[in-house]
Ligand binder design. Structure first.
Ligand code: DNO
Ligand code: MN
Length: 362
């Protein structure tokens, strides 16, 4: 297992590589070329820049999050083939630098979604919040405006304002796209991409829908165990993998996260681990990583990964905003660093217990 930390790049993150390097146990950055428009090839020169920057601080760049999927691929338009070819070229370029995992998602229009970016808790910290009631009264335009006004002037992953300018038009394209069709389009993409990824030594790792249910009537196809099983078997290639994201799948209290980990460990090259606290009305807030603070079985998840011999990458996912830090929503230094330590602590206890068991047997 390797602990990693998401980094948005030089000049695009409030956090430096020097700071990341000082978090105990963190071996690499999870990165992307956030300024390259979706659908364009990532060039060798641009990739080399980031890889070399990270190398100077002893950090690896094995995991990319995300190479985003062009909307035409999700929509299954004839133009998709051109974008799929560009995607393959990006994978080939990434493989020249030994990249091992490419995380991506297949959510129409919006990536992750929250109603509040800085919801205050009793202790004065703030965190991302999904208000199940409020969402019913919002239009997509209001949501985008809210994100734009409250993002502390940081760009948000999956909320490229340029791309979301003509929301009405984007929505009209999805009007008649069913979940079955979206799934077909994902399968088409994976059948093309996975053989190339396999050759490149890269695992594709789809990120679950966040939240794991339909919003604004848009189709959603990576919401639960059944969806994951269907997508992994539709293209049965080891390069077709899953990013296990506890916070995303955990947005639905009916998802049994430990069971999902136990069932699919072999197909999980990358895990996002964070906690959320559920409220009775279906709302949830992103809490600290600690089991006691939220509703998810974080230590059981780590335990299940360990028991099943997980040898992929983990990152603490979003964190709260604490100690007056000014940062990109969900992506401050302090709470994510605490999260990394909590997860490493949970992992190390497993190592300890295993060593004790082995010692008893000798
Ligand atoms: C939000 C993240 C997502 C994630 C993408 C992966 O902060 O969890 O943006 O990176 O869904 O493609
Ligand atoms: Mn995630």
């Amino acid at each position: 297992m390797q602990m990693t930390f998401r980094w948005y790049g030089k000049g695009n993150d409030s956090i430096t590589l020097k700071q990341i390097r000082q978090i105990p146990g963190v071996k690499g950055v999870v990165w992307a070329l956030h300024d390259v428009p979706v659908g364009e090839v990532w060039t060798v020169e641009r990739i080399a820049e980031v890889v070399n920057q990270a190398k100077m601080y002893g950090l690896n760049t094995d995991v990319v999050e995300s190479v985003n999927i062009h909307e035409d691929i999700k929509l299954g338009l004839p133009t998709r083939d051109k974008y799929i070819e560009a995607y393959k070229e990006t994978l080939e370029n990434l493989s020249k630098f030994g990249i091992k995992v490419v995380c991506y998602n297949f959510m129409p229009i919006f990536d992750w979604f929250r109603t509040d970016l800085f919801k205050e808790s009793e202790d004065g910290s703030t965190a991302l919040f999904f208000d199940a009631k409020k969402v019913l009264s919002l239009t997509p335009e209001q949501v985008v405006k809210n994100m734009e006004e409250n993002c502390n002037n940081f760009t948000l992953p999956g909320w490229e304002l340029e791309r979301l300018k003509d929301l009405e038009h984007l929505f009209s394209k999805y009007k008649n796209v069913t979940e079955a069709e979206l799934f077909e389009n994902l399968t088409y993409f994976l059948k093309e991409i996975c053989p190339v990824a396999e050759q490149c030594g890269i695992k594709m790792a789809i990120h679950p829908d966040d939240p794991p249910f339909s919003i604004f009537g848009l189709p959603r196809i990576v919401k639960n165990k059944e969806d994951i099983a269907r997508l992994l078997s539709a293209v049965d290639n080891p390069a077709n993998g899953l990013t296990f994201c506890s916070g995303s799948l955990g947005g639905n209290p009916n998802n049994d996260l430990v069971d999902i980990v136990k069932t699919f460990t072999e197909r999980i090259p990358f895990a996002h681990i964070r906690n959320v606290k559920h409220f009775e009305d279906g709302s949830f807030i992103e809490s600290s990583h600690r089991v006691e603070d939220g509703s998810l079985p974080i230590t059981e998840i780590v335990n299940a990964l360990y028991e099943n011999g997980f040898d992929g990458y983990i990152r603490p996912d979003h964190g709260r905003h604490i100690w007056d830090e000014v940062c990109r929503p969900g992506y401050g230094l302090y709470d994510r660093a605490l999260g990394a330590m909590y997860l490493l602590g949970a992992w190390d206890v497993n190592v300890l217990l295993k060593n004790r068991k082995t010692a008893c047997l000798i």
